[in-house]
Design a protein around this ligand. Structure first.
Ligand code: ADP
Ligand code: MG
Length: 271
């Protein structure tokens, strides 16, 4: 009984003050807030010989399913480090990381690799497609890793490519595609894992405005239609306008956080 009252009070409190939502302990609120990502006092120090680089200085962050979070910060502020730690590519020096209810900071190397492979979608600045495989084959490879039946793989790859508007480019090699098209294939490949969350590191960094907006439109679409949680890091402040939450990072710390009630559409952006 006592517990129930406490839960109700926290629900009210968090609902009235959005910025507090992330700070209310999820352990006491198992049903109210299904967090996809939770970071507790995450610190990352890189040891470079005698020099220590403090890339992250105590990050606390909770992200719910279906959010579109943009993390902004200048070069060197710790964006890539943060994203790689959320995705299990890198490990923090101290602190806790919980993704999809799994405390990934406690997993062995092998378990972490397996977790990352099954759960996390990554989209990088430089697309990283396999150059000797076509767009369709790049996506099919990802579907194979997911263990989909062979007979279904090609059909599913084409279905996913049609979501990003590239079904007519299925048989093109990466070198025959524009940068924006390659990035949309890379997003498709990430989506083939049916990931939660989808992590994007400067996904428009190499693209002109038009291609960049096409890529952002695809990310918005999968966020809205497939309820994919998107976490995107960038130095391009304009991209923050389309997010449901904007977090600013400076020198390894979160310096501000803003929930956006009515984000802009991608069409309205320009940079
Ligand atoms: P951003 O993505 O915002 O540009 P990074 O996360 O890449 O920032 O880097 C944050 C800081 O950590 C920088 O000072 C960078 O030089 C340092 N850093 C990042 N990766 C490494 C690494 N593997 N070894 C040493 N220092 C690193
Ligand atoms: Mg970076």
């Amino acid at each position: 009984m006592l517990k129930l009252i406490r839960v109700k009070r926290n629900k009210l409190l968090a609902a009235s003050i959005p910025s507090l939502e992330g700070r209310v302990s999820s352990r006491r609120l198992p049903i109210m807030f299904s967090y996809i990502v939770e970071l507790k006092n995450v610190v990352k120090v890189y040891e470079m010989g005698k020099v220590q680089v403090h890339a992250l200085r105590g990050i606390n962050l909770s992200i719910r399913k279906g959010e579109f979070v943009v993390i902004l910060g200048p070069s060197g502020s710790g964006k890539t480090t943060l994203l790689n730690i959320i995705g299990g590519i890198d490990r923090p020096t101290s602190g806790e990381v919980i993704v999809n209810s799994v405390k990934i900071t406690e997993l062995s190397e092998e378990e972490l690799t397996d977790f990352r492979r099954k759960n996390i979608g990554f989209v990088f600045q430089f697309f990283n497609l396999i150059p000797t495989l076509t767009a369709k084959e790049n996506v099919m490879l990802s579907l194979e890793l997911r263990g989909l039946p062979k007979a279904k793989i090609e059909e599913e790859a084409l279905r996913l490519l049609s979501i990003v508007g590239l079904e007519d480019r299925a048989n093109h090699f990466p070198s025959e595609l524009s940068g924006g098209e390659q990035q949309r294939v890379a997003i498709t490949r990430a989506l083939a894992k049916d990931p939660q969350p989808l992590l994007c590191d400067e996904p428009t960094g190499e693209l002109d405005v038009g291609s960049g907006k096409a890529v952002l439109s695809v990310l918005k679409k999968v966020n809205e239609e497939d309820k994919k949680t998107v976490i995107l890091v960038t130095h391009n402040t304009v991209i923050g306008e389309i997010a449901s939450r904007v977090i600013r990072l400076a020198d390894g710390k979160i310096v501000s956080e803003r929930f956006v009630e009515n984000p802009m559409s991608v069409e309205e952006l320009s940079w």
